[in-house]
Design a binder for this molecule. Structure first.
Ligand code: GDP
Length: 420
């Protein structure tokens, strides 16, 4: 495989810029720039040359193949973070026969070399994109191979069940009546239950990963945009005294005490005479309906009966103008905002308390196949059981990308940045 290189740190000026080089002859390529390399896995300060000219002094560290992130020989050059140095070193690496890596190519090699399974790759992609604490935690456990470890346990059970079934088939050949040990059923039924727990926890985990949507709805002039602006502490939505100016849905992504939440500022939900506004209303209603939570905002505490769902919030706005009870807010004084955010957080976190490990549709599909293969196994003959065990095992292989990963790779790696 080609030797590839990329800047591992963001490009631009900084304290240190790291360039990573990976491939079978990565050390040889880098040796052209330095006098020698330190022993493997030991950092050493080395002069970096551009021909006879000293270019920089860098911390150099390399990893043998089989013991690196990509599974190949990897060299890291920790250069001074000046674009002029980085540019020159990248050019020299190219002159020495290496080529610039594509987005996600280091991770792709790690996957192809068996250093990571596909769920770990997905976890890593999520980790690099994590914006909130909950997203970081979920992504890290996936990137750390939690799912792979669970699957390894499940496979042990499958192997045992498979062996027990095999033995009963061997006896059957000798014309002893087929007798499947009850242990086979208890292993497979247990496994089905464990898979079921993960499938049930998918919805919540998926929400944690992608974030929640909370729609702020209410009549025109209720103060929706003002509230969202106040929450954002900057102007994201147009605030105006003319009814119906917020024609489209304005989204504001916030970190709600660790949860990723998109606040939707819906157009004044009312019957509009104007066609353009009417379209905006229809769109807004559809989005509000699909949101995870609706905050019904109005001066008098009315709710939108059509859009009301259990768990929604009723909030009275403009509390600076009149006293009222329940949840109240003033976008002028800011009073009540913290309480509303607290209640929103509480409602949303209740929904993710049962979040499982899997949070990607691809993972759900493989696990659902495994689950289906384990349905209705009681009283099945040995051949059918053996087939079910094989089907379950191959669904689990698919889950970890040991088979059938090709169609997903390009999609997953295209979300990576260059240098990862
Ligand atoms: P929307 O149509 O629901 O988005 O309402 P806006 O946020 O555009 O607000 C409508 C009008 O009410 C504007 O003139 C705001 O300045 C005013 N307003 C909004 N929130 C408050 C508030 O908490 N107190 C007072 N006194 N006025 C408010």
């Amino acid at each position: 495989m080609d030797v590839i290189f990329a800047e591992a740190t963001p490009s631009g000026r900084g304290g240190v810029s790291i360039i990573r080089v990976s491939g079978r002859h990565a050390c040889e390529v880098v040796r052209g720039l330095t006098t020698d390399l330190p022993p493997a896995r030991r950092a050493g300060l080395r002069d970096v040359f551009d021909g006879d000219t000293l270019l920089d002094r860098a911390l150099v560290i390399w990893f043998e193949d089989g013991r690196s992130f990509t599974g190949e020989q990897v060299v890291e050059l920790h250069l001074h973070g000046a674009p002029v140095i980085v540019r020159r070193v990248l050019a020299l690496l190219k002159e020495n026969g290496a080529r610039a890596a594509e987005a996600g190519e280091f991770t792709r090699r790690a996957f192809l070399n068996g250093r990571m399974d596909l769920s770990e790759v997905e976890g890593l992609a999520d980790l690099l994109e994590a914006e909130t604490e909950a997203q970081r935690k979920l992504a890290l456990q996936m990137a750390n191979g939690e799912l792979g470890r669970k699957v390894a346990q499940w496979r042990e059970g499958l192997i045992r069940a498979g062996a027990l079934i095999e033995v009963s088939v061997d006896f059957a050949d000798e014309e002893v009546p087929e007798d499947i040990p009850s242990e086979v059923f208890s292993i497979l039924e247990n496994l089905r239950q464990e898979i079921d727990i993960q499938i049930s926890g998918y919805g919540a985990a998926e929400r944690l990963r992608r974030g929640f949507e909370v729609a702020v709805i209410g009549p025109p002039n209720a103060g929706k945009s003002s509230l969202i602006n106040k929450i954002a502490r900057r102007d994201v939505a147009l605030v105006s005294e003319v009814a119906g100016t917020t024609r489209d849905i304005i989204e504001l992504r916030i970190d709600l005490k660790g949860l990723a939440v998109t606040l939707l500022d819906t157009a004044g939900l009312r019957d509009a005479d104007d066609v353009v506004e009417g379209m905006g209303v229809a769109r807004a209603r559809a989005r509000a309906e699909a949101a995870d939570l609706r905050l019904h905002l109005s001066v008098d505490g009315t709710k939108d009966a059509d859009l009301w769902r259990d768990g929604d919030l009723i909030v009275r706005s403009k509390s600076d103008l009149a006293e009222s009870d329940g949840l109240t807010v003033s976008s002028v004084t800011g009073s009540g905002i913290e309480v509303i955010l607290d209640v929103m957080h509480q409602r949303l976190s209740r929904r993710v308390s049962d979040a499982g490990l899997i949070s990607h549709e691809r993972q759900l599909a493989s696990l659902s196949d495994a689950y289906d293969a384990l349905l209705y196994i009681r009283d099945q003959p040995a051949e059918i059981l053996a087939e079910r065990v094989r089907r379950t095992a191959s669904s689990l292989d698919r889950l970890l990308g040991r088979i059938g990963a090709e169609e997903y790779l390009d999609v997953i790696f295209s979300s990576f940045c260059i240098g990862k």
